[in-house]
Design a protein. Structure first.
Length: 318
């Protein structure tokens, strides 16, 4: 069988406490499921495991930017993301979430895979306009509800904050927050500290620009409802209720990304991909990527203070 070299991104969790909690929180079966998620709108995970005391995920390398970086660059120029682009990104995210939510086990029973952090830093857009949801390596497989606190504070659903238990409805809440931020330039619930942010989310009061079109106001209010059962995406029609919403039908977005690279990424250099470091792939087995580090990379690993360290390398796969 021919071997193929792929550009892959390694995500390391270097904080020992987080490593321990992550491995306890995610059992091996859940990790295997996240590796098996293969969809055009999901960043594919090729492998996972440990290197010494560090937990890693090897995932698809997307040549592009995350939405957080795009919005930051536009804010520096005092511009907003064009509405048709925001609609397109949201529509593509829906397809990725729908695939994950509907994944079944070998017996055909729904797994209920939820992401829980559909925030700007976890949405990647390639220079060709492909939209991919990242970080499914930390997703959760649920049968009914889960109570683990997980996610970006400004994006947490009310049921997560109140510890009432949450399911796929939390993903649709976070998509509503993301859509609001893409259209307005900032999340609807922002405060000086995390606890006040939580209070604002629980109060559920936010402002919409006066010039917002009616379909935009409608879809946001339906996403950002406190009752998960009444939230858009949780109705009988599921994802179809979202993708057929008047918001998506009212805006001509289908051709929005034909020239996306020139329209938005002109503020970026296409050559600013992460540099290849001292990682060398020796072999890729069925259960773990086996690698070696040079001394410089070891020093960098040991001195890292951030929770996550991103490294680009090439992975040889069959």
């Amino acid at each position: 069988m021919a071997l193929i070299w792929r550009d892959v991104v390694l995500k390391f969790v270097t904080n020992k406490k987080i490593v321990t909690e992550t491995l306890e929180f995610k059992n091996i079966d859940e990790a295997k499921i996240s590796v098996e998620l293969q969809h055009p709108n999901i960043v594919q995970i090729y492998d996972f495991g440990r290197i010494q005391d560090n937990f890693f995920i090897a995932m698809e390398c997307v040549e592009g930017k995350d939405v957080k970086d795009i919005l930051r660059k536009l804010a520096e120029r005092r511009k907003l993301l064009p509405t048709e682009y925001a609609v397109y990104i949201a529509h593509e995210i829906c397809k990725g979430l729908d695939y994950a939510h509907k994944r079944t086990d070998m017996q055909g029973a729904p797994l209920g895979i939820i992401h829980r952090d559909v925030s700007p830093s976890n949405i990647l857009v390639s220079y060709g306009g492909e939209v991919k949801v990242a970080d499914f390596g930390f997703a959760k497989v649920i049968r009914d509800r889960t109570w683990t606190l997980c996610g970006t504070p400004e994006y947490l659903a009310p049921e997560i904050i109140s510890n009432k238990g949450h399911n796929i409805g939390a993903d649709w809440w976070t998509l509503g927050i993301l859509l609001y931020e893409m259209l307005v330039g900032h999340p609807p619930f922002v405060a000086e500290n995390q606890m006040e942010t939580y209070h604002k989310i629980m109060r559920g009061k936010y402002k919409m620009p006066a010039n917002f079109p009616r379909p935009a106001k409608a879809i946001l209010s339906q996403f950002l409802t406190h009752n998960p059962a009444g939230r858009l995406g949780c109705w009988k029609g599921g994802t179809r209720d979202v993708t057929t919403h008047e918001f998506f039908r009212a805006i001509a977005w289908n051709d929005a990304f034909r020239d996306y690279g020139d329209a938005v990424y002109q503020v970026h250099s296409r050559t600013d991909r992460p540099p290849v470091t001292g990682w060398q792939v020796l072999e890729r087995g069925s259960s773990q990527v086996k690698m070696q580090m040079d001394s410089k990379s070891c020093d960098r690993m040991n001195s890292a203070t951030a929770k996550f360290l991103f490294v680009c390398y090439q992975c040889r796969t069959e």
